[in-house]
Design a protein around this ligand. Structure first.
Ligand code: 2AM
Length: 198
């Protein structure tokens, strides 16, 4: 199954973002973008791709440990950005060092469970809002509208393992369906609390 580790915004945060995205939909060019499905909004921490079922027990155990070792932290949605003028996203502010640490630990958990992870560039916190269908959709109006956005602060308390079910038959415009398989509480327990095997 196709998997990734993520931080999921709570309902109130997603609702707040929904209001911002509603306004983006009214801008010229909005129809040329493929908007991500709102119930599926997430910050990807580590994308694993197709994972063999046999690796799942070890992966779950390692992600549980990554969560146990990482403390809960504050995050808020912040501004906007793009990747290659194709993906439009909102960013994050707050305890980004802890978010990055959690992303590195999720990536390491997957590697150690035997999943061949892509070499990743430096982690860039982003929640994808839309993707351009083709080249040349001007994203500037959307970036300008997102720039002043400061979402309400929330406390990230969980690391989620999410399954991505791709649309069957490549139906144009259809979105993947995301399903949270499990979520582990962040606890921030020191190495010492876990005994010699870590
Ligand atoms: P994103 O994080 O930029 O939105 C599920 O596919 C999630 O994993 C998406 O949010 C997606 O992009 C992210 N992701 C990261 N690397 C990916 C890859 N190589 N293929 C597909 N999705 C990837």
């Amino acid at each position: 199954m196709r998997l990734f580790a993520a931080v999921l915004p709570p309902a109130a945060v997603a609702a707040e973002l929904g209001g911002v995205v509603d306004a983006l939909h009214a801008l010229p060019g909005a129809g040329a973008l493929r908007w991500t499905s709102r119930p599926g909004w997430h910050f990807t921490l580590a994308f694993m791709g197709e994972v063999d079922d046999a690796l799942l027990p070890d992966l779950r155990a390692r992600l549980a440990r990554a969560a146990r070792r990482t403390p809960p932290f504050a995050l808020r949605l912040h501004g906007g950005g793009h990747f290659g003028r194709r993906a439009l996203w909102t960013g994050a502010a707050g305890d980004l060092d802890v978010l990055r640490l959690l992303a590195e630990r999720a990536d390491a958990a997957a590697r150690r469970a035997g999943i061949p992870m892509e070499e990743h560039r430096r982690y860039r916190a982003h929640l994808t809002l839309a993707r351009a269908r083709g080249e040349g959709v001007p994203l500037d109006p959307f970036l300008d509208a997102l720039a002043p956005f400061e979402g309400a602060r929330w406390r990230v308390g969980e690391l989620a393992l999410v399954r991505s079910n791709l649309p069957v038959g490549g139906v144009r415009g259809e979105q993947p369906r995301y399903e949270t398989l499990e979520a582990w509480p962040l606890e921030g327990r020191g190495e010492g609390a876990e005994g010699p095997t870590g």
